[in-house]
Design a protein around this ligand. Structure first.
Ligand code: SF4
Ligand code: SF4
Length: 160
């Protein structure tokens, strides 16, 4: 995890969803909520919420931001800062707003909300890619050590 991500307090602890499951949290199921209930997404006045950064908002306990879906994943994207060109493709395409970026600089993955769909890896244009999928249990150092080398362009045959 980068220093910037830690300062933003946006990155999840690894395997947070798994610990929630193992902890046997007694949460209300979606089918147990009374019909017609209103679940406020923010605490207090939310009229200016669009102008606040994610970490400045007062999320309520009902907001999906405060919940973790990390346990849904079996594989996770790992970010390699050394190759990234900060093109922001992954940030644009991630369907779960799980790419952490500030001032057009890619910072890492929000592992609380990433579902492991692999779209960010698909759209990453670098060679090799700056995001690759690894086992949910792979350590960062282990993943970075296994990163592939740059692929060389294949020369076209003159006979072809
Ligand atoms: S794997 Fe999917 S959900 Fe996770 S960061 Fe990449 S695009 Fe977003
Ligand atoms: S798509 Fe790849 S190169 Fe572009 S910001 Fe994301 S990780 Fe970096």
């Amino acid at each position: 995890m980068s220093v910037e991500s830690q300062e933003l307090n946006l990155c999840a602890n690894d395997n947070r969803g798994q610990s929630q499951l193992e902890g046997g949290f007694d949460l209300l199921g979606w089918d147990e909520v009374t019909q017609g209930s209103v679940l406020p997404a923010f605490d207090g006045d939310a009229s200016n919420i669009a102008n606040l950064k994610a970490e400045e908002r007062s999320y309520s306990g009902y907001n999906s931001y405060t919940a973790s879906v990390a346990s849904w994943r079996v594989v996770k994207p790992v970010f390699n800062r050394d190759i990234c060109i900060d093109c922001q493709n992954c940030w644009v395409w991630c369907p779960d707003s799980s790419i952490l970026s500030r001032d057009k600089q890619m910072l890492g993955i929000d592992y609380d909300h990433c579902k492991g769909c692999e779209i960010c890896v698909e759209v990453c244009p670098t060679n090799p890619k700056s995001l690759l999928m690894f086992s949910e249990y792979a350590e960062l150092e282990e993943s970075l050590a296994a990163w592939p080398e740059k692929k060389k362009k294949e020369k076209k045959s003159k006979e072809a």
